[in-house]
Design a protein around this ligand. Structure first.
Ligand code: HEM
Length: 216
């Protein structure tokens, strides 16, 4: 704990925790995206996938505990770094001038972070903390076809994409992948990844609202 504690107290250490938790959360998001994109293959495929996932039993609980710990670490470290940045405000502009350092994504990080937190709470109330009596396909279609909730999902998923566009770039910087020659490529890669994740996720509420046959 001593080494980890002193690492956490330093700004560079906090950035490393942010990067490591961000990387693992992005991997979760990618698997969640792949899992949910099975909904495009119809209700049977989607329900079979959900049942398979639930049949993993105690593994699912362990996974959820790990996920909760990662979210908490990422949020709490983000809050610490936000206030550290505010205190060092004059220095902040001098340091962060690399390509991709200042962007729409970077400027809105704290706000998109808060939107994602609200989204996750609503999302868990919608799909997780419920009595699972209906097939997951009906749940997704019934809830996301409500225009108000569907539009909230689309808005929040745009925030997820914006957050990822800077987060993934920043992750590369923290792990030392910072070279004039590759920075343009890394920036493009982060952007493409975030647009891809946002687009595929947003297709789900869009189809639930506008398609007559989605998940039926
Ligand atoms: C349209 C997009 C999405 C759909 C349709 C969707 C669907 C679902 C469903 C059906 C579950 C419940 C799984 C179950 O217990 O059977 C779930 C759980 C969850 N989702 Fe999503 N999700 C979406 C986007 C997201 C995003 C963008 C995030 C994170 C930012 C997220 C985070 C979570 C978390 C943390 C859980 C709980 C994990 C667990 O129970 O193991 N979801 N989602």
């Amino acid at each position: 704990m001593g080494l980890i504690g002193s690492l956490y107290r330093s700004s560079v250490g906090k950035k490393s925790f942010m990067a490591a938790s961000g990387l693992l959360l992005s991997l979760f998001l990618l698997t969640h995206l792949i899992g949910n994109s099975i909904s495009f293959w119809g209700r049977e495929a989607y329900n079979t996938y959900a049942e398979k996932l639930h049949s993993l039993g105690v593994m699912v609980y362990l996974f959820e505990l790990g996920l909760l710990a990662l979210f908490l670490l990422h949020i709490i470290t983000g809050i610490f770094l936000y206030f550290e940045n505010l205190r060092a405000r004059p220095a902040r502009y001098a340091v962060n001038t690399s390509e991709g350092g200042r962007s729409w994504g970077s400027r809105t990080m704290p706000y998109t972070g808060v939107i994602i937190l609200v989204f996750i709470i609503v999302h868990l109330m919608n799909f997780h903390f419920i009595e699972k009596t209906t097939p997951v396909s009906d749940l997704v279609r019934n809830l996301l076809s409500r225009p108000g909730l569907g539009l909230f999902y689309i808005f929040a998923l745009l925030a997820v994409a914006l957050h990822l566009s800077h987060g993934v770039w920043s992750l590369f910087q923290t792990i030392g992948l910072n070279h004039e020659k590759y920075n343009g490529l890394l920036l493009k890669g982060s952007l493409i990844f975030s647009i891809l994740v946002g687009t595929v996720f947003i297709l789900i509420p869009l189809l639930a609202i506008f398609s007559r046959s989605f998940l039926l």
